[in-house]
Write a protein that binds this ligand. Structure first.
Ligand code: PLP
Length: 422
C-alpha cells in the first residue's frame, strides 16, 4: 500500500490524478508505512487531524538543533534567525491565503482560539438583540463562542438550515440576514457533510446588510484553495494540524479594518507599545493579538507544511480525492443497510455514514481490526447530528496521501464490519 505499483508513473498514475502522484506524496509520510493490528494502516481520519510529512518533522528538528531562541526581543544571532524563520512562516500563510499582507495573519493555537479571539472582541460591542447568523452545519468551535455571546450579552443566534442532501439552504440563510445582523459565521467546508459553501455569495449577503462575515476554514484551507480576497471574507480561520503541520498552531486572517476594530484579546508581553504605571498602549498588527511567547516551533513547522503543500497542483489533488469518493460509492453501491449523510453536489472527500443495526462506534472498532482508522460520534457538530436524526455516525475523511487501495480497504472493512453485526 505504501509502495508505488511498478506500472505507475507520474502522468499515468492508476488514480488518474493527472499531475498528482499520490504514491509519491504518501511516501513522504513516515507514519503511513506502519501497521495497525497486523494490517497496513489505512488512515481515513484526516478531517480530525492530518499526518505530517518528513519535511515538517525535519523543520521542527532542525529549528531545535540549529537555530532556536525566543523571537523579536533579542539582538543575538539565534534570536534573529528564529525571528526570521517565524516571520517567514507568517509570509507563507499570507501567500497561501492570498492575504493582502502578512500583518493580517494572527497566530493562534488553532482554529478554535481564532474564533474565540473574534468572539471575545466582538462581544465587547454586542447589545442585547444583536444577531449572529450561523448554520446548522457548524463545528462546535463556530457555535459555542457565539452561544457565549448569547449568554453574556444577549446576542440572538439565528440558524440557517441545511437541506436533506446536506447543502446550505441559501434562500433561508438570506432571509435570516437583516438590519440587526452583526456577523454571519459559516464554515467553508463541513467537517461532517463535506459540503463546500458558496462563501463569496454569503459574504455579499452579509455585506449588503452591513454585517461582517467570518469563515471557518479549518477544512476549507486544506481542500478548497482559499483566496481570502476573492471570498471577500472579513475573517478566515485555519488550523495547522489539519494542514499537515503541527498541533498548537493555527490562525486568523482578517481584513485590516476588521482586525483593527477588534480590541486586544489577551494582555501580556509582545502585544504592547508602551506600559507605564497608569497607562498602556498596544502594538500594531499582528502583535497586538499575540500576547506572550508565541508557538514558535509550531509556526515554523506549519510554514514548512504550507510550503510543501504548495508544490502540488491543488486542482489535481481535489480530482484525486473526488476519485477516491467515487470509488467508495461504486464499491458500496446497492448496500441498502448503508446511509451516506451529505450528498451535496461538489462536496469534498468526507464520507459520513450510518449502518443499519450497528452502532457507529462498533463499526469503527471493527474496522480498526483491519487497520482502517475512521472516526465515530458527533464529530463536534451536535446540532447537525440532530438535524439528520442520528445520535452518532462514522466518518471516513480522505487526504492527498490516500490511494485507491485505501478506498477499497475501507469498503471491504465496512462490509466485514456489517457482516459481524448482521
Ligand atoms: C477541526 C475543526 C475546527 C477546530 O479546529 P481546532 O484545531 O480543533 O481548534 C473548527 N472547525 C472545523 C470545520 C473543523 O474541522
Amino acid at each position: 500500500m505504501t509502495t508505488r505499483p511498478s506500472t505507475a508513473s507520474r502522468s499515468l498514475s492508476p488514480d488518474g490524478g493527472g499531475d498528482f502522484d499520490p504514491y509519491a506524496a504518501r511516501a513522504q509520510f513516515p507514519i503511513l508505512s506502519r501497521t495497525v493490528n497486523g494490517k497496513p494502516l489505512v488512515y481515513l481520519d484526516s478531517a480530525a487531524s492530518a499526518q505530517k510529512p518528513r519535511v515538517v518533522i525535519d523543520a521542527l528538528t532542525a529549528a531545535m538543533e540549529h537555530s532556536y531562541a525566543n523571537v523579536h526581543r533579542g539582538l543575538h544571532t539565534l534570536a534573529n534567525e528564529t525571528t526570521e524563520a517565524f516571520e517567514a512562516a507568517r509570509e507563507s500563510v499570507a501567500r497561501f491565503l492570498n492575504a493582502e499582507s502578512p500583518d493580517q495573519i494572527i497566530w493562534t493555537k488553532g482554529g478554535t482560539e481564532a474564533i474565540n479571539l473574534v468572539a471575545s472582541g466582538l462581544g465587547q460591542s454586542i447589545r442585547p438583540g444583536d444577531e449572529i447568523v450561523i448554520t446548522q452545519m457548524e463545528h462546535h468551535a463556530n457555535i459555542v463562542p457565539w452561544h457565549m455571546l448569547r449568554e453574556r450579552f444577549g446576542a440572538v443566534l439565528k440558524w440557517a438550515p441545511v437541506t436533506d442532501d446536506g447543502a446550505l439552504d441559501m434562500p433561508a440563510l438570506a432571509a435570516l440576514i437583516g438590519p440587526r445582523t452583526r456577523l454571519v459565521a459559516v464554515t467553508h467546508m463541513s467537517n461532517v457533510l463535506g459540503t463546500v459553501n458558496d462563501v463569496r455569495a454569503i459574504a455579499d449577503l452579509a455585506h449588503a446588510a452591513g454585517a461582517l462575515v467570518l469563515v471557518d476554514g479549518c477544512q476549507g484551507a486544506v481542500h478548497c484553495s482559499p483566496d481570502v480576497q476573492a471570498l471577500d471574507a472579513d475573517f478566515y480561520v485555519f488550523t495547522g494540524h489539519k494542514l499537515f503541520g503541527p498541533t498548537g498552531i493555527g490562525g486568523l486572517y482578517g481584513k485590516r479594518a476588521a482586525l483593527e476594530a477588534l480590541p486586544p484579546y489577551q494582555g501580556g508581553g509582545e502585544m504592547i507599545a508602551t506600559v507605564t504605571e497608569d497607562t498602556v498602549t498596544y502594538a500594531g498588527l499582528p502583535h497586538r493579538f499575540e500576547a506572550g511567547t508565541p508557538p514558535i516551533l509550531e509556526a515554523i513547522g506549519l510554514g514548512a507544511a504550507i510550503d510543501w503543500l504548495g508544490q502540488f497542483d491543488a486542482g489535481a489533488i481535489r480530482a484525486h480525492e473526488a476519485m477516491l469518493m467515487d470509488r467508495v460509492r461504486v464499491r458500496l453501491d446497492g448496500r441498502n443497510w448503508l446511509t451516506e449523510i451529505g450528498t451535496a453536489a461538489g462536496k469534498g472527500a468526507i464520507f459520513t455514514f450510518t449502518v443499519d443495526g450497528a452502532h457507529a462506534h462498533d463499526i469503527a472498532q471493527v474496522m480498526d481490526r483491519y487497520g482502517v482508522a475512521v472516526r465515530a460520534g458527533l464529530h463536534c457538530a451536535e446540532p447537525l447530528s440532530r438535524r439528520f436524526g442520528v445520535t452518532s455516525s462514522a466518518r471516513a475523511s480522505f487526504a492527498l496521501y490516500n490511494t485507491l487501495e485505501d478506498a477499497d480497504a475501507f469498503a471491504d472493512a465496512m462490509i466485514k464490519a456489517r457482516e459481524f453485526f448482521a
